[in-house]
Design a protein around this ligand. Structure first.
Ligand code: G6Q
Length: 515
């Protein structure tokens, strides 16, 4: 297979990018109606991207030349795609319980293991039902962001009397703030760490355990572990229950494993968590078909990044429930595709993953949209919207509901960004040609949330397949961790030598630089 920039499609796309589609003169209702694709209850509307039918043909030809569907099949079958770590990439096996298709042996084995953990979870949730009112998840990075974003997104579906909370930062104020006001007697704590060795998580576990002991409670009746088999945390003696995950499920891809399973199962009930898995699985299957939604979105992203050279992407959900979803996508995308070498270790002579950021609309409209409409940098946008609200509790004011106001803002922004506005006053000129697309669905429920999660996981994977990089390792986060451990030794050193006073903070920083 030819590398990205040696494909004939790459050259064709470079030629086409000299004259990208002009949205202010060319956006019509027909274009919006025809440039759309549907699947798994979602519609992707991309008439407001700067693409022509020729560009789309060349993008899909690029996907063919890079065999991205073949690579997706390989991924879901358990091939060793995380080559630097010699691992398969099988987060899809976490939700592979819903049809009897013949999977490859490796995927089958992991799907069976995941099925056993699911059964354990169901039994566990039955066992603790009615005994606990709150559950606190301790974890960081992939062991926090996805589960937290989903728990917030599905608050409307939480069972009464089942509150969930998250502690991630090693900042002691995070622990203090979350534990304040909790009745520890009725609180479960799930400690989530795949490696079982993450400084922040282990420190927070100790801090929270100490609080239970101080309250006269035995942590053994309250603490649950989610970790890798044989990790330092794999010690069922210390926990009320232990659940497992495996090397082939990367942290940022782990929300549908027990990393998200315990907290989401507690909040939504076992059936609610299963619905998330069912939605994710439906999108996994869809991602294996030609011209699917995540692939289309990935290709539009490649056009914006590599041919129109835009360095960032804003993901703007017009849904308050998706408040923390952009933070999860930031990790998913930037940790996966923020890579400077290809699979062979050769420096990439092209741009890889963009900077990803975002906030819910309409709130964003009242802050950073100024730059998006009139700034000197063009920021492509990915909007997410839903036809119906989650609670259905709404009111007509001035003959429209709030949900209608939310959606009309989304559509208005999409068109305003695309077509802009002329004015005699330069200060009121909007140049337009700000590319954007809309992912639309009926209502954000557990099934839809699972499908949306999987949509982005596969969008990121498809882009990595096009670029020929390893989207499944994360060497880039190691260096800082090693240096932090070194600095920490400067603090612990004097304390170990007993009488010596603690090392002053500022001096530790300077000393480190001198070393
Ligand atoms: C995700 C990363 C990283 C990881 C955290 C927590 O893909 O690997 O964010 O999830 O560092 O790791 P543990 O689960 O091992 O504590």
């Amino acid at each position: 297979m030819k590398p990205f920039i040696e494909t004939s499609s790459f050259r064709r796309l470079q030629e086409l990018s000299r004259h990208p589609f002009d949205l202010p003169s060319g956006l019509t209702p027909e274009r919006i109606a025809t440039m759309a694709i549907s699947g798994v209850g979602f519609q992707l509307l991309y008439g407001t991207e700067r693409v022509t039918p020729e560009v789309l043909d060349a993008l899909f030809a690029l996907a063919g030349e890079r065999d991205v569907l073949g690579q997706m099949v390989q991924m879901q079958s358990g091939a060793i795609l995380n080559r630097s770590e010699g691992r398969a990439v099988l987060h899809t096996a976490m939700r592979d319980q819903f049809d009897a298709r013949q999977t490859a042996p490796m995927a089958q084995e992991i799907a069976e293991k995941a099925g056993r953990e699911l059964q354990k979870l169901e039994t566990f949730l039955d066992r603790v039902e009615g005994k606990y009112t709150d559950l606190v998840q301790i974890g960081i990075g992939g062991s926090d962001l996805g589960p937290r974003a989903l728990a917030i997104a599905l608050q409307a579906f939480h069972r009464p009397g089942h509150r969930v909370h998250f502690i991630s930062n090693v900042d002691p104020d995070d622990v203090h703030g979350v534990l304040a006001g909790l009745d520890l007697k009725k609180t479960l704590v799930v400690v989530v760490s795949k490696s079982g060795s993450t400084l922040e998580t282990l420190t927070n576990e100790q801090l929270v355990r100490a609080r239970f002991i101080k309250a006269g409670l035995d942590p053994k009746h309250h603490f649950i572990a989610v970790t890798g088999e044989k990790s330092p945390m794999d010690d069922p003696e210390k926990y009320l229950a232990s659940f497992y995950m495996w090397d082939c499920v990367g942290g940022r891809y782990s929300a549908t494993s027990m990393v998200g399973g315990v907290v989401l199962g507690f909040a939504l009930g076992f059936h609610g968590f299963r619905e998330i898995l069912r939605g994710a699985h439906a999108m996994d299957r869809h991602a294996l078909t030609p011209d699917n939604l995540p692939l289309t979105s990935a290709l539009l992203g490649i056009w914006n990044r590599n041919f129109l050279h835009y360095p960032t992407v804003a993901i703007i959900p017009y849904s308050q429930a998706l408040l923390r979803f952009p933070a999860h996508l930031q990790q998913l995308d930037m940790e996966s595709n923020g890579k400077h070498v290809d699979l062979g270790g050769v420096s990439c002579p092209f741009s890889t993953g963009p900077v990803v950021w975002g906030e819910p609309g309409t709130n964003g409209q009242h802050s950073f949209y100024q730059l998006i409409h009139q700034g000197t940098d063009v920021v492509p946008l990915e909007f997410i919207g839903f036809c119906k609200s989650q609670y259905g509790s709404d009111l007509e004011v001035e003959h429209t509901t709030s949900q209608e106001k939310l959606l009309s803002n989304l559509f208005a922004q999409s068109i305003a960004l695309a077509v802009g506005q002329n004015n005699e006053n330069p200060n009121k000129v909007f140049l337009g040609n700000r590319p954007n697309r809309i992912l639309l669905s009926e209502r954000l429920d557990p099934f839809t949330m699972g499908a949306l999660l999987s949509f982005y996981e596969h969008k990121v994977a498809f882009q990595g397949f096009i670029w020929g990089i390893n989207s499944f390792d994360q060497e880039g986060v190691q260096l800082g961790k090693v240096l932090a451990t070194k600095i920490l030794k400067q603090f612990s050193g004097p304390r170990l030598r007993e009488a010596a006073p603690p090392f002053p903070l500022a001096e530790s920083y300077l000393k480190f630089l001198e070393d």
